[in-house]
Design a binder for this molecule. Structure first.
Ligand SMILES: Nc1ncnc2c1ncn2[C@@H]1O[C@H](COP(=O)(O)OP(=O)(O)O)[C@@H](O)[C@H]1O
Ligand SMILES: [Mg+2]
Length: 338
């Protein structure tokens, strides 16, 4: 039965469609380009990403789930349909699908996602909550009466959850994640260097030299942008210390949220978590120094899962093995209702 199952991680920045035993059928940036005159698809994924910020008036290219909410239903639907078609058009009907949508997405939006997938031809659909999927994917045995703390940091949303006995005991979801660091870097480059840069450049800076633990003036990278005073393109070199102020508030916010969740955690579970440590997933958890900072601030060992970026997609597909056991965060949707 397992071979007939497919997991979809509908992330805010990327989409992975995963089939156990086969691997990833698709991994694409969650971006789509649409012709605004007739709402037809122009490009999706990598190809659409190249268009962002460079489109003529009649084309709209964007990440429709960027902020952890569905900003545009038409674009989301066109994107999902295209990816389903590319990854698994020949076996949509035969397979059971489990989908993980960002936890901040509303019930109405969630139903819209299911509707799109039903309309694409899928008959059996389950939804899974992000923290459960992340924990399963990171290899945590979520069925045990043993508390785990999972921190998943994506592009648009971060989730902190305590899991035990196949259910989410308590959780907090923030509409604040990796992409917000990029925005902060854009602002800092403007105010500190009069340099106007794009979000892609900012993301590159973050990934290359972002460091919230031991930033130094030796870790440097080249930054290209436009000097606002001369209006000319300019290239400068910045260090991880130079950009620390743009990144540090983000790290503090995550630390504070984890502390809030720990404060509310019942003592027995808290002691499990102390033993087991904190598991970090999502691309945002790869920010250098974040596990060290979390460990220092909470007194609990924080580790980034080996498959941090893939964990949610792997966990979604794995959820079928536990379908009858998962207490919360896993539900079947009736195709007839859509
Ligand atoms: N090495 C890295 N260092 C810091 N941030 C990273 C790194 N790799 C990816 N990211 C960030 O992770 C975020 C995307 O995480 P991901 O889990 O793929 O998102 P989502 O699940 O929301 O689609 C982006 O903001 C991206 O810039
Ligand atoms: Mg994610």
């Amino acid at each position: 039965m397992g071979a007939m199952d497919i997991g979809i991680d509908l992330g805010t920045t990327k989409i992975i469609i995963y089939k156990p035993g086969v691997g990833e059928l698709l991994r694409e940036p969650a971006v789509v380009a649409v012709n605004t005159k007739d709402d037809t698809l122009i490009a999706a994924g990598q190809e659409a990403l190249l268009m962002v910020g460079k489109t003529p008036e009649y084309i709209r290219a964007e990440f429709p789930l960027e902020n952890g909410v569905i900003s545009n239903h038409v674009m989301t639907e066109l994107m999902l349909k295209e990816f389903l078609h590319r990854a698994c058009s020949s076996f949509l009907v035969k397979h059971r699908f489990v989908i993980c949508v960002p936890s901040s997405v509303t019930e109405v939006e969630r139903r819209a996602v299911v509707r799109t997938i039903v309309h694409a031809g899928v008959r059996t659909i389950y939804l899974i909550e992000e923290p459960i999927a992340a924990a399963l994917g990171a290899g945590i045995d979520v069925m045990q009466p043993n508390g785990s703390l999972v921190v998943d940091i994506g592009g648009g949303t971060s989730d902190i959850a305590v899991i035990s006995l196949g259910g989410v005991v308590l959780s907090e979801s923030l509409r604040y994640a990796g992409n917000h660091i990029d925005e902060a870097i854009v602002k800092l480059m403007l105010s500190k260097y009069n340099l106007s840069i794009g979000k892609k450049m900012a993301q590159q800076i973050k990934q290359q030299i972002g460091n919230v633990w031991n930033p130094s003036s030796d870790e440097k990278t080249k930054v290209r942008g436009r000097n606002l005073l001369t209006i000319y393109p300019q290239q400068i070199e910045v260090s991880s210390l130079d950009i620390y102020d743009a990144i540090s508030p983000f790290a503090q916010m995550i630390v504070a949220a984890v502390k809030r969740v720990l404060d509310k955690t019942p003592p027995e579970l808290a002691s499990d978590i102390y033993e087991n440590g904190i598991t970090m997933t999502g691309g945002g958890s790869l920010l250098r120094g974040l596990p060290e900072l979390l460990t220092q601030e909470t007194g609990i060992q924080a580790r980034v899962a080996e498959n941090a970026i893939e964990a949610v997609s792997v966990g979604t597909a794995k959820a079928f093995e536990y379908a009858d056991l998962l207490q919360t965060g896993f539900s079947q949707e009736q195709a007839n209702n859509y």
